[in-house]
Design a binder for this molecule. Structure first.
Ligand SMILES: *[C@@H]1O[C@H](CO)[C@@H](O)[C@H](O)[C@H]1NC(C)=O
Ligand SMILES: *[C@@H]1O[C@H](CO)[C@@H](O)[C@H](O)[C@H]1NC(C)=O
Length: 256
């Protein structure tokens, strides 16, 4: 009986193994349209469709793509892709922006994966292959060791230099204010006009709802929100919007 069960389990895991890894030894397979694709093709298609916001609410990066996503998020390509997005901010600012001097011109940045990188955390958690664990993530945040994304910091300084007020709106909780401020100061991100974090009253709200409400607060105080830079679609969507939004690449996680 025990032996039969063992055999049965062995047989089932063999089937599961085949179903998950139906890539040949060269990491190729024929897809349903008869196209021979590589695992790299497959994972790049997954990644780009996250960026296009066709893939939503994913809880984990597909197991077979965690290596690929990890490589991308630590690659020169990731840096170049981010730089390109931010270069578009520079272009937008130089073509459309006239400072009114009334102190009401504003710009919004996300914190995680816009100014501070969470890649070191996700490196220890299979690059998004594990379900997001808020407890261990917040432990990591409290270490205050998130590295800065240099290209965003450069834009931040440029915008600040123009006299635009900068507001950081983060999905981090209010209890992480000190750790977040310390980390931002440590990497040279200073001179912002506000760091807005999730308070008790924001509990249970989706990220989109929460971020939109905070934009609404700023606008009702008379701010013109010229633009916004974020790493999550749900940060950028929802009304009222910033006049322009700039999405940075990030396929490690999705905050609904
Ligand atoms: C895909 O690869 C298989 C096996 O190598 C081959 O038989 C088939 O002709 C290829 N199909 C295309 C469209 O290239
Ligand atoms: C989440 O992280 C905490 C702290 O590292 C750990 O104690 C807990 O077991 C984790 N939860 C899950 C479901 O892995």
């Amino acid at each position: 009986m025990g032996r039969n069960l063992g055999l049965l389990l062995g047989f089932c895991s063999l089937i599961v193994g085949v179903a998950v890894a139906d890539w040949n030894i060269l990491n190729q397979r024929m897809n349903k349209n008869g196209l021979n694709i590589t695992l790299k093709n497959y994972c790049e298609a997954w990644r780009i469709n996250v960026e296009l916001h066709n893939i939503r609410r994913f809880e984990v990066v597909p197991e077979e793509c965690t290596d690929y996503i990890g490589k991308y998020m630590t690659s020169t390509q990731y840096k170049v892709d981010s730089e390109k997005a931010l270069e578009e901010c520079f272009i937008y600012l130089s073509n459309n922006f006239e400072l009114t001097g009334d102190g009401k011109d504003a710009w919004i940045f996300d914190v995680d994966d816009a100014i501070l990188s969470t890649v070191p955390y996700f490196r220890k958690h299979t690059y998004g292959g594990e379900k997001f664990n808020i407890t261990s993530f917040e432990e990591w945040v409290r270490e205050r060791k998130a590295p800065v994304l240099e290209h965003t910091l450069n834009l931040f300084k440029d915008i600040k230099g123009k006299g635009i007020k900068i507001f950081l709106i983060s999905s981090r909780g209010e209890h992480l204010r000190e750790a977040t401020t310390d980390n931002l100061f440590e990497v040279g991100c200073t001179g912002w006009s506000g760091l807005i974090l999730r308070g008790n009253e924001d509990e249970g709200k989706t990220l989109q709802q929460y971020k939109a409400e905070k934009r609404k607060d700023l606008i009702s105080k008379g701010y013109r929100v010229w633009g916004m830079v974020g790493g999550q679609w749900t940060s950028l969507l929802g009304l009222p919007k910033a006049m322009r939004t700039f999405k940075l690449p990030n396929a490690l996680y999705y905050i609904p």
